[in-house]
Design a protein around this ligand. Structure first.
Ligand SMILES: Cc1ncc(COP(=O)(O)O)c(C=O)c1O
Length: 446
């Protein structure tokens, strides 16, 4: 299939099987990005898009950051790769110290992975390894939540709660996983920030301990704000209640902060923003400004110590890792990102823009097809009323917004708005103006 005579279109679109994409539809009318700078993307058709979702929440510092590019170039010239098993290099230790200064309390032991999914998989394995090291090997069950998203490998998929992702693979899911109900209630529809109602939904975990025996449960994993199902904000007191139930029963609490980590809420981690410290935090995406794949798992010191002490000196304490765990090119990008976070006081910048973002987002409420709007920090979700079948409206609005000059991420009929942290008010205005235009075109054309 040759899409057009444009020099920006490859000769054939046939071979690349695109992920999470309506391939046949895309190949009829491709949307190709050719360049990116700051908060803008250029398309193969010569149009410009403002990046309303920071890619896939990946590029909060904007595109084409010279500091990051230079750091990667310098690293590649000095040391392009080294085996990460049984040997290392200085940068990964330096980065681990820096990350540990930002994580809450004693979550100061840092394991590198290659993406969010592998960070979650690693958190699952570390939880099991911890209890085995303690001699508590009946604890193999995990509790996730409906409408959670934790990635696409089998462990992460199983603890997640996105039906379309799970259904085709039910025969190979990880055993022993239960799900709590999600936290989105009908009275949350146009709530700004954290809803007042729904903290008691955390008691689902208590019920699961009664059904399966707390002594069999290793960990409970949640996103503090469920990102990929459209930004579901935790009700006030909900995360605190989960923490208490975990403490009561000796269950580990894992926060998947692949989306919320590194400033999205206005604090380094949502854990600090909501005042609840989990035992393990997973992160990815913004860690390298999305430029080089990298996942990170931050673990409480006591968990690390328990696993270390269970193995005699000279033995490998955890039989787990990836070829690309903490490779130099990813570390160099992440170190440059850490410098920018500090130099530009990025997390406070997010905090100072949050209210403006909130008001702009909720100003769209008058559009008839919008069923719900939610927000926290620089993260927003909009539900578009379903037409014909789930996901159709969301996809149509996404395409109309693209045509109007706005890049955003749809999931089902929800639109995710996650602007880069470097956005000024005029950029947020542009995002909301284009969102309005895109939604209005959808209402007119559908
Ligand atoms: C909360 C969360 N966890 C895990 C993942 C999986 O990350 P990756 O796609 O890098 O494997 C995602 C991806 O969007 C995510 O949002």
């Amino acid at each position: 299939m040759k899409a057009s005579n444009s020099p920006n279109i490859p000769n054939s679109l046939n071979e690349h099987w695109m992920p999470f994409t309506a391939n046949k539809d895309f190949k009829k009318k491709p949307r190709l990005i050719t360049n990116a700078k700051g908060v803008y993307l250029s398309t193969h058709e010569g149009t410009t898009l403002i990046d309303g979702s920071s890619g896939l929440y990946c590029n909060p510092l904007g595109h084409g950051r010279k500091e990051i590019i230079d750091a990667i170039k310098n690293q590649l010239e000095k040391l392009d790769f080294t085996m990460p098993f049984q040997q290392g290099y200085g940068g990964s230790f330096e980065l681990a110290s820096k990350i540990a200064q930002k994580t809450p309390e004693d979550l100061n032991r840092i394991f590198y992975t290659i993406c969010g999914s592998t960070a979650v998989e690693t958190a699952i394995k570390i939880s099991i390894a911890y209890f085995r090291a303690k001699g508590d090997s009946t604890r193999f069950r995990f509790v996730g939540r409906e409408r959670g998203y934790h990635g696409m490998n089998i462990g992460a998929l199983t603890v997640g709660g996105m039906v379309n992702n799970i259904k085709p693979f039910t025969s190979i899911l990880m055993p022993g996983v239960q799900h709590m109900r999600h936290t989105f209630l009908p009275d949350h529809k146009f709530v700004k920030g954290q809803p007042e109602t729904g903290a008691e939904l955390a008691d689902d975990l208590e019920r699961i301990t009664k059904n399966f025996g707390a002594e069999n449960i290793a960990a409970c994993i949640v996103e503090p704000i469920a990102g990929s199902t459209g930004t579901l904000i935790p009700p006030k007191g909900y995360l605190q209640r989960l923490r208490k139930i975990c403490d009561r029963h000796g269950i580990l609490l894992i926060f998947d902060e692949v989306v919320t980590g590194w400033g999205r809420t206005g604090s380094a981690f949502a854990s600090q923003e909501f005042g609840v410290t989990p035992d393990i935090i997973t992160m990815a995406k913004a860690t390298t400004n999305g430029i080089v794949p990298m996942g990170v798992v931050a673990v409480r010191e006591k968990i690390y110590n328990e696993i270390m002490e269970a193995t005699p000196d000279g033995g490998i304490e955890l039989f787990h890792g990836y070829t690309y765990s903490g490779i130099p090119v990813a570390v160099s990008a992440a170190l440059a990102v850490q410098e920018i976070f500090e130099k530009d006081d990025i997390f406070n910048k997010v905090k100072s823009m949050s209210n403006y973002f909130q008001e702009g987002l909720h100003s769209l409420k008058d559009l008839d097809c919008i069923e719900s709007i939610r927000n926290y920090g620089l993260l927003g979700g909009i539900d578009i009323a379903m037409r014909d079948k789930p996901g159709k409206s969301g996809y149509q609005v996404y395409k109309e917004c693209y045509n109007a000059g706005l890049n955003l991420k749809p999931t089902g009929d929800a639109l995710i708005i996650a602007p880069p942290f470097i956005c000024e008010k005029k950029h947020l205005d542009e995002i909301f103006d284009k969102l309005r235009i895109g939604i209005k075109s959808f209402m007119k054309n559908s």
